[in-house]
Ligand binder design. Structure first.
Ligand code: CIR
Length: 257
C-alpha cells in the first residue's frame, strides 16, 4: 500500500472552518501529531510518501480532499472551497506515476472527503463542498468503468466521511444524526457513542483501523466487533476540522487493468 501524505502548512491557522469555532493551532504540535500519524501508517504496512507542503494552502495537509484514487484510475477533483483549489496540482504530479488521471471540470465541485468508495460502489455526499454537477461528472466518468455512484444527503457536518466510514469488509461506523442509516442497509453498522459526535471518521488499512484517541467510548464499540484499533492523537488537526481519513490517500501500488 502507498499512503500519500502532505506536510502541515505554516498557515494552517488560516484553514477553512465550517462547524467548529476557530481556536489557535500549535503548528509544531500539529506537525508532531502528523508525523506520528504517518508512523502509524508505516506500522500498518504502508509506504508513506510525503508531498511537500504548500505554504499558500492552509488546508493542504488534508490531502484526501484533492483526489479519489480507485484501483484502475484516479480522479483529481475540484475542491468546493476556492482556497483549496491550488492544492490539486502537486497531488496530480505525485499520483501520475501510479494512475491514469481523470479530472472534474467547473462548475463541478467535489471534496474527496465526500467520497466513500466501497468496492465498485461510490457513495458521494451532497454537501456545501460537493455539488450536483460534481456527482454527475463522477457518474459520467465512472459508470462506464463499472462503478455505481450514489448521491447521499448529509446534514450537520462537513463531509460524508465525517458521518460514515468503513471499518471492516461489511461494517460501517456511522453518526446517525448526520446521515440516513437506511442508505447503508446492506451493511452492518456501528453507531458512534452519543457523547462522541465526531467519532465516525476511521481510516481502514487492511484489517485494522487508524482512529483518533479522542473517542475511547466509540473505540470500545469498534473493538467489541473484533476490529483492531490503532489510536493516534490528532487534536491539533481536529481544530482545523480534520480527522484521520483526510490526512492521506491510501491505495494499492498495483493498477487494476
Ligand atoms: C476544510 O474545511 O476543508 C479543512 N479545514 C478540513 C478538511 C477535512 N477534510 C476531510 O475530513 N476530508
Amino acid at each position: 500500500m502507498i499512503a500519500l501524505t502532505r506536510e502541515v502548512s505554516n498557515t494552517i491557522g488560516q484553514c477553512e472552518l465550517s462547524h467548529v469555532p476557530r481556536e489557535p493551532i500549535d503548528v509544531n504540535l500539529a506537525r508532531a501529531q502528523h508525523a506520528a500519524y504517518e508512523h502509524a501508517l508505516l506500522e500498518l504496512g504502508c509506504r508513506v510518501k510525503r508531498v511537500p507542503a504548500a505554504p499558500d494552502c492552509p488546508d493542504s495537509v488534508f490531502i484526501e480532499d484533492t483526489a479519489v484514487v480507485l484501483p484502475e484510475i484516479a480522479v483529481i477533483v475540484r475542491p468546493g472551497a476556492p482556497s483549496r483549489r491550488a492544492e490539486t496540482s502537486a497531488v496530480s504530479r505525485a499520483l501520475r506515476p501510479y494512475r491514469r488521471l481523470l479530472t472534474l471540470e467547473a462548475p463541478a465541485t467535489m471534496d474527496g472527503g465526500d467520497v466513500l468508495a466501497i468496492g465498485s460502489t461510490l457513495f458521494i455526499g451532497q454537501t456545501k463542498r460537493s455539488n450536483a454537477g460534481g456527482i454527475d461528472q463522477m457518474r459520467m466518468l465512472l459508470t462506464p468503468r463499472g462503478y455505481t455512484v450514489i448521491g447521499v444527503e448529509v446534514n450537520g457536518c462537513l463531509h460524508l466521511k465525517s458521518a460514515v466510514t468503513q471499518v471492516a469488509e461489511k461494517t460501517l461506523l456511522i453518526q446517525p444524526s448526520w446521515v440516513h442509516e437506511g442508505t447503508f442497509a446492506d451493511f452492518e453498522v456501528i453507531e458512534v457513542d452519543p457523547s462522541e459526535p465526531y467519532a465516525a471518521n476511521a481510516l481502514r488499512i487492511g484489517d485494522r483501523i487508524v482512529y483518533p484517541a479522542a473517542f475511547p467510548k466509540t473505540a470500545r464499540r469498534i473493538e467489541a466487533r473484533g476490529i483492531e484499533v490503532r489510536t493516534v492523537d490528532v487534536s491539533e488537526l481536529a481544530k482545523a476540522e480534520g480527522a484521520v481519513t483526510c490526512c492521506s490517500l491510501v491505495f494499492d501500488e498495483a493498477i487494476r487493468p
